[in-house]
Every structure is written in structure tokens, then in C-alpha cells.
Design a protein around this ligand. Structure first.
Ligand SMILES: Nc1ncnc2c1ncn2[C@@H]1O[C@H](COP(=O)(O)OP(=O)(O)OP(=O)(O)O)[C@@H](O)[C@H]1O
Length: 257
């Protein structure tokens, strides 16, 4: 299989949503999970997506990543009109331009840490170039995984497993990494390590990251905080402290109750 690269200008947003709505159900069962969302996510930013339970955060991520169809509106992902692509083209676009980090790590249990990190290349049917090999080696060292590289996930702590997932997401230098509650299963020390790594990836490697989180401390590591409530984008803030984020969310949690 040949690899496909999607060319997009560095000044273009990595994700661009225009009047994006996602409606589930009909009549009295109708839910607008996203309601006319307009937003751009720019290269190199670390964006936290916050909001009460059921506000539309996962839907936002799934739509932005081209995993879910929209009901109306347009999504551009890495310069491609994802809302107009067929399933195969979308899969190729995701493989080459999107990385994912999940709460449950989602590593393949039968593969070593190293094999898990190389999996995106395997899936894309392409070899790791010499330059990419050096990059992966650098990541493995920086993430403190060198001594654990031949271990399987079950032989690693939660924090180590999430670091493998981060290395896997960063390895192919995707246009954007979506992280869904990446610290949800970690203790506070491992959480801080993971969040510091994500922030470093954005600041030092220019890696664009969008993270869904409920946790004000996690969101305080981001340089932009989007707040979604009831399917609407109700806040778009620069960096804030955990206390400022909690204060910001209280109004929406009360409103949602
Ligand atoms: N497949 C579906 N069918 C029907 N309704 C859905 C579906 N998926 C999501 N919804 C509804 O859309 C709304 C937004 O859901 P979403 O999962 O995006 O919220 P969320 O902010 O990620 O929630 P949480 O923080 O609890 O994970 C909710 O009201 C949810 O019930």
C-alpha cells in the first residue's frame, strides 16, 4: 500500500468547523449534541475542551477527527474537507494526520511497548524512515521508556502505558492529536507527568493537541480552553488556573443540573 500525504499550509487551521451541527433523534427525542459550532484549532496549540457531562465534548472530538458524520456544516481537517470525503479517504486521512490518546490507553496487549509505538506505521503499510527512527528513539528516551521498551502493556504501570500511548501518537508527527480524558485512569503524579509531556509536545515540538477533560487541573496545562454547554461553544479562553476554570464551569454545571 502506498502512503498518502495530505498537503496543507502551515498557516491554515488544523481543524476548522463552520456551523457544525450534530443532531440525534427526532421530535421530542431530538438532541442537538452540537449546535452550529464555529471554531478553528491552530497548529502547535494545546486546547482543552471542557463542559458538563452530556454537553457534546465527545461528539466534538469525534466530528473534528472525522470519526462521526455531521448533520450539517463543514469540517476541514488538515486541509481536507472531511465532511465531503468517503469512508476510505477519511480513514486514510486519519491514519496519516490524526493521533489518538484514550483514557483506557488502548494499547494492543500482545505487542511490546516498541511494537505498539510502531503500530501506526504498520497500519499505514509503510516503513519507518531513518529520520523517523531517530525521532522515535528520542521520544522513547524523553518519555522514560527505554528500559521498558520490550515489555508488554500488562507489565507496565498505568502511567507507563499512557506514555507508550503518547509515544505512539507522537511517533508519526500527525497534524493533530486528540486526547480523550488522558489522565482519567491515572494517579495525580502520573497525571502531572502525562500533562507536562503533552504541554512539552505542543511547546517544543509544535504538536497540535486537543484534549477532552472534566478536570480543571488537567485543563490548566492547556494554552486554550474551549467550553461547550448544551452543544454550544460558550467559552473560548486563554490559559487559566485550575481555580479560574472551576469557577468558569460552576455556572454551566448548575445550568445543566
Ligand atoms: N449515539 C447517540 N444517540 C443519541 N444521542 C446521543 C448519542 N451520542 C451522544 N448523544 C447525546 O448527545 C449529547 C452529547 O453527548 P456527548 O457524549 O458528546 O457528551 P460529553 O460532553 O462527551 O459527555 P460526557 O462528559 O458525559 O462524556 C448527550 O445528550 C448525549 O446523550
Amino acid at each position: 500500500m502506498t502512503s498518502t500525504t495530505f498537503q496543507h499550509s502551515p498557516t491554515q487551521p488544523v481543524v476548522s468547523m463552520r456551523r457544525v451541527s450534530k443532531i440525534y433523534g427526532e421530535g421530542t427525542g431530538r438532541v442537538a449534541a452540537l449546535d452550529e459550532i464555529d471554531v478553528d484549532i491552530h497548529r502547535g496549540g494545546f486546547t482543552a475542551i471542557m463542559g458538563p457531562s452530556g454537553s457534546g465534548k465527545s461528539t466534538f472530538m469525534n466530528v473534528a477527527a472525522g470519526l462521526d458524520d455531521v448533520t450539517s456544516g463543514e469540517v476541514m481537517l488538515a486541509g481536507q474537507p472531511v465532511t465531503h470525503l468517503g469512508d476510505d479517504a477519511r480513514t486514510l486521512l486519519r491514519r496519516s494526520e490524526v493521533g489518538f490518546i484514550f483514557q483506557a490507553f488502548n494499547l494492543v496487549p500482545t505487542l511490546s511497548a516498541h511494537e505498539n509505538i510502531l503500530l501506526p506505521f504498520e497500519l499505514a503499510g509503510r516503513r519507518v524512515s531513518a529520520e523517523e527512527g531517530r525521532w522515535i528513539e528520542h521520544l522513547v528516551g524523553t518519555l522514560g521508556l527505554a528500559e521498558r521498551i520490550s515489555h508488554r502493556p500488562s507489565e507496565l504501570s498505568g502511567g507507563q502505558q499512557q506514555r507508550v500511548a503518547i509515544a505512539r501518537a507522537l511517533a508519526s508527527r500527525p497534524a493533530i492529536i486528540f486526547a480523550d480524558e488522558p489522565t482519567g485512569n491515572l494517579d495525580s503524579r502520573s497525571s502531572r507527568e502525562v500533562l507536562t509531556l503533552l504541554r512539552t509536545a505542543a511547546r517544543e515540538y509544535g504538536q497540535t493537541i486537543a484534549m477532552v477533560s472534566h478536570d480543571p487541573v488537567a485543563a490548566s496545562y492547556a494554552d486554550r480552553i474551549l467550553v461547550i454547554a448544551d452543544g454550544h461553544l460558550v467559552g473560548d479562553h486563554g490559559p487559566l488556573t485550575p481555580q479560574e476554570i472551576s469557577d468558569l464551569l460552576i455556572g454551566f454545571e448548575v445550568g445543566a443540573a
